[in-house]
Ligand binder design. Structure first.
Ligand code: SOE
Length: 391
């Protein structure tokens, strides 16, 4: 599979996530001791000129216009999927069948049926030593990993409540134009799948408990938006609004209450209409003997309360010591890490697992578990918020 101590990547998609994954590939070998050297072999995108420009900017050796080409290429070991959700199942299943390891962006798929196909393909590939991972990057923010360690050590006692919020506001202006993220046939769902999926995964990851039942509400505040005027070229994200309008077919925000294995109750909110909140992912776990709280707006901190401790109230743990998860590879204590570092940690963990012939986490089975929660929330909302078991 791997060639000469290298792990050769093909990356499908060159949007926002393509940039984040490319940055991880560039930076990881410079900071983390890796058993195999990741190679940025081929960037795949349908728009030949845009793909070439992105490849040159980010450091990819070659480009391809069709993802099938990299499946036939014996020089590729890993296919990294950063294209919209509607493409995940076809590319991931074909790549695994072609003997390529797969890293796939979240949510795993657009439907449970697709996610099941992917998990099945991953399980059978794993028997052949070919592995798949889904990109829930926030697991690898050092403070979130530390929260997992603290909660799972039992120091906080019995976990009773989980509060997870993922708040953005990039859709607040009703005149902002449509994007693929607002089209159900491409994105699968809206805030629920795009950012609620992170909240669900983090809640399950930190507590080690699965969501078993949900009562949810989805809402779309702006049901029609201007279509992008394709005649106006833009260099950045998004486009310029034209005069025609199109239907928004996904949720703008999602709320749900959940029961978790072990008896905890969770409340989850995901919104693209949380005015003033740009990318605020928060997670709080309340136990019988303590609590932890994380806020992505302060990514290097974890608030920790232990009721048996010497003083009351939360204390701020600065998660920048070399002994904290992932931090030792980076800067001296106190210098801090940011959003992009989670992608570097994700990539490094993937390389280490593949070099050892081990299943990396989160697996496609973990991605399927999240997909089932998202699906249950949609079904619950459609049925008037009734309590709905996770399938
Ligand atoms: C867009 O809403 C988005 O890029 C998500 O797709 C990512 O998963 C999240 O990390 C940031 O916001």
């Amino acid at each position: 599979m791997t060639g000469g101590g290298e792990l050769r990547f093909a990356l499908v998609g060159h949007g926002f996530m393509g940039a984040a994954h490319s940055q991880a590939l560039r930076v990881a070998p410079a900071f983390v001791d890796l058993p195999l050297a990741p190679v940025m072999a081929t960037l795949v995108g349908r728009d030949v000129a845009a793909t070439r420009a992105a490849a040159d900017r980010w450091g990819w050796r070659s480009t391809a216009a069709d993802w099938h080409d990299v499946l036939d290429d014996p020089e590729i070991d890993v296919v990294d999927i950063c294209s919209p959700g509607s493409t995940h199942v076809e590319i991931a299943v074909a790549a695994l069948e072609a003997g390529k390891h797969v890293l796939c962006e979240k949510p795993l798929a657009n439907t449970v049926v697709e996610a099941e196909r992917m998990a099945e393909a991953a399980a059978s590939a794993a028997e052949r030593g070919v592995f798949a991972m889904v990109g829930f990057s926030y697991r690898r923010v050092p403070a979130v990993t530390l929260a997992r360690d603290v909660v799972r050590s039992g120091r906080l006692g019995e976990v009773r409540q989980v509060r997870a919020q993922y708040l953005q506001d990039w859709l607040v202006d009703a005149d902002d134009p449509m994007t693929w993220r607002l089209d159900k046939s491409v994105a699968g769902s809206g805030a629920l799948g795009d950012i609620g999926a992170h909240a669900v995964d983090a809640a399950q990851f930190v507590t080690g408990s699965a969501v078993t039942e949900v009562s949810g509400t989805l809402h779309t505040f702006v049901t029609e938006r201007p279509l992008v005027d394709e005649s106006v070229a833009t260099s950045g994200l998004g486009g310029v609004a034209g005069s025609e309008r199109g239907a928004v077919t996904v949720d703008d925000a999602a709320w749900f209450t959940a029961r978790m294995e072990g008896g905890a109750i969770a409340s989850v909110e995901a919104s693209r209409f949380a005015t003033g909140r740009k990318n605020a992912f928060r997670l709080e776990v309340s136990g019988s003997r303590g609590a932890v709280a994380f806020d992505l707006e302060r990514p290097n901190e974890l608030e920790l309360l232990e009721v048996d401790g010497p003083d009351s109230g939360f204390r701020r743990v600065l998660v920048t010591e070399p002994e904290h998860p992932y931090v030792g590879a980076w800067w001296p204590a106190g210098h801090g890490l940011g959003w992009e570092h989670a992608f570097t940690h994700q990539l490094s963990d993937l390389v280490v697992a593949l070099a050892a012939g081990r299943q990396p986490t989160p697996s496609f089975a973990d991605g399927l578990r999240v997909q089932r929660v998202l699906d249950a929330v949609e079904r619950s909302s459609g049925a008037g918020s009734v309590w709905t078991p996770v399938g």
